[in-house]
Design a protein around this ligand. Structure first.
Ligand SMILES: *[C@@H]1O[C@H](CO)[C@@H](O)[C@H](O)[C@H]1NC(C)=O
Ligand SMILES: *[C@@H]1O[C@H](CO)[C@@H](O)[C@H](O)[C@H]1NC(C)=O
Length: 368
C-alpha cells in the first residue's frame, strides 16, 4: 500500500515543483505558457485520480462490510448455533426435573437440589457463552474480511497502477482466501470444548453463592453476567481467549483441515500463514481489546434490557433466581439468531468506535 501511494505522491510533488519553477518561467517566457497548462492539466488529472481511488476504496470498503454480513457470518452463526445447542443441551435436566415433579418419592430432595444447581449453572454458562461467541465471532469475521479485502484491493491497485507484471507468488490465491475465511469455524470446531469448560468453571465460581430463592433484579443480573465474562477473559495469560477463536499455529490448523482434501501447496501455506499471522496481530492489539470490551458491554446492556422486558417488569423489583432461569434459557436463541435478524450483531456493528476501528483496519497496513 505504502509503495503504491508513495509512487503517486512523488508524481504530485514532482509536478508541484515543476509547476513552481514553471510559473517563474512563464513570467519570463510566454512560450512556456503552453507547457504550464499541460502541467496543470496533468496535476488536475492526478488529483482526479486520487479522488477516484479514494471513492473506489470507500465503495470497496462498504462492499467488504456487506460481504461479512451476508456471506461468511450467516454460515458461521448457523454452525455456531447448532454446536451450542448440541453441546449445551438443557433438555435432559428439565426433563428429569419434570418427571420428578409429580412423584414426590421418585427424586430425593438432595437429587432435586443437585439437578437445579446444575440447571442454574448450565443456563448461565450457555447464555454467557452464546453472548461471548456471537460477539467475538462477528468481530473476528469482520477483521478477517477487512484484512483480506485490503490485500485484494492492493493486489488489484498494484496490477492496475504499474506496468510491471506482478509476481504470481505475491498474490493471494483463491485457495488461501477460502482457507482463510473457513478459519472462522475454528471456534465452533476446535475452540468450543475449552470455551465451554472454562465458561462453566467461571459460571460455577460466580454462581456458587447464589441460591435459587435469592432475589435477582436487573442490577444483580447484570453484575452476574459481567462477573462471569470477566472471569473468563482474565483466565490464564492476557490473550488466552484468542485460542478459542483461532489456532495458535496456523500451519498446524491448515495441515489438519487441508490434509483431507489432499491439498498441500507450499506457496499457499505461506500466504495463508501470513494472513493468519496478520489476523492474530490485529486481535492481540490493545485497540481490538477495547473494541471487544465495548462490544461485550453494549451487548450485555441490551441483553439485560431484553430479559427485563420478557419478565414483564418483575425483574425491576426482583424475582427468585429459580423463576429467572427459564427466561435465561429462552433468550439464548435470540443471541444466536442469524445476522439479518440478530439485534445484538446489528448493535455491535453500529457502535461508532467499532466502525472507526474497521475503517482504520481497512485503510492501514499494520507493520509486520
Ligand atoms: C423415576 O421415574 C422414572 C419414570 O418416570 C423412572 O424411569 C425412574 O427410574 C424413577 N426413578 C427413581 C429413583 O425411582
Ligand atoms: C437490586 O438489588 C440490589 C440489592 O438488593 C440493590 O442494591 C439495587 O439497587 C437493586 N437494583 C435495582 C435496579 O432496583
Amino acid at each position: 500500500m505504502w509503495k503504491f501511494w508513495s509512487r503517486h505522491k512523488r508524481k504530485v510533488y514532482v509536478a508541484l515543483g515543476v509547476l513552481g519553477s514553471g510559473y517563474l518561467l512563464y513570467k519570463l517566457y510566454d512560450a512556456h505558457r503552453r507547457r504550464l497548462s499541460d502541467l496543470e492539466r496533468e496535476l488536475a488529472g492526478e488529483r482526479e485520480n486520487d479522488v477516484l481511488i479514494k471513492a473506489q476504496m470507500q465503495a470497496h470498503f462498504e462492499n467488504i462490510q456487506g460481504i461479512a454480513d451476508t456471506t461468511t457470518l450467516p454460515h458461521a452463526m448457523v454452525y455456531l448455533s447448532s454446536r451450542v445447542a448440541k453441546e449445551l443441551d438443557l433438555l435432559h435436566l428439565t426433563e428429569k426435573l419434570m418427571k420428578g415433579k409429580g412423584q414426590p418419592n421418585n427424586l430425593t430432595s438432595l437429587e432435586k437440589l443437585a439437578l437445579w444447581d446444575e440447571l442454574k449453572i448450565l443456563s448461565f454458562t450457555r447464555m454467557v457463552l452464546s453472548l461471548w461467541a456471537m460477539t467475538l465471532l462477528s468481530l473476528y469475521i469482520r477483521v478477517q474480511v477487512n484484512i483480506l479485502g485490503r490485500h485484494l484491493y492492493i493486489d488489484t491497485a498494484r496490477g492496475l497502477g504499474s506496468s510491471h507484471l506482478l509476481d504470481e507468488a505475491d498474490l493471494i490465491g483463491r485457495n488461501d482466501q477460502q482457507q482463510f475465511l473457513a478459519s472462522a469455524d475454528f471456534l465452533s470446531d476446535h475452540g468450543m470444548t475449552n470455551l465451554i469448560s472454562n465458561m462453566h468453571a467461571a459460571a460455577t465460581e460466580v454462581l456458587k453463592g447464589k441460591q435459587l430463592r435469592d432475589f435477582f433484579n436487573t442490577t444483580i443480573l447484570h453484575e452476574t453476567i459481567v462477573q462471569i465474562l470477566d472471569k473468563l477473559m482474565s483466565k490464564g495469560s492476557p490473550h488466552r481467549w484468542l485460542d478459542y477463536l483461532m489456532p495458535e499455529d496456523a500451519r498446524f490448523y491448515k495441515f489438519v483441515t487441508s490434509s483431507s482434501s489432499g491439498n498441500s501447496d507450499l506457496s499457499d501455506i505461506t500466504k495463508f500463514d501470513q494472513l493468519m499471522i496478520e489476523t492474530r496481530a490485529v486481535l492481540s492489539s490493545a485497540e481490538f481489546g477495547d473494541v471487544v470490551d465495548l462490544s461485550l458491554k453494549t451487548v450485555v446492556d441490551l441483553l439485560v434490557e431484553d430479559i427485563k422486558v420478557q419478565c414483564e417488569g418483575n425483574l425491576l423489583s426482583g424475582m427468585p433466581l429459580a423463576k429467572l432461569l427459564p427466561r435465561v434459557a429462552q433468550i439464548n436463541p435470540l443471541l444466536l439468531e442469524e445476522p439479518s435478524k440478530n439485534r445484538y450483531i446489528q448493535i455491535i456493528r453500529n457502535i461508532p468506535e467499532v466502525e472507526l476501528f474497521f475503517t482504520l483496519l481497512y485503510s492501514n497496513t499494520p507493520t509486520l
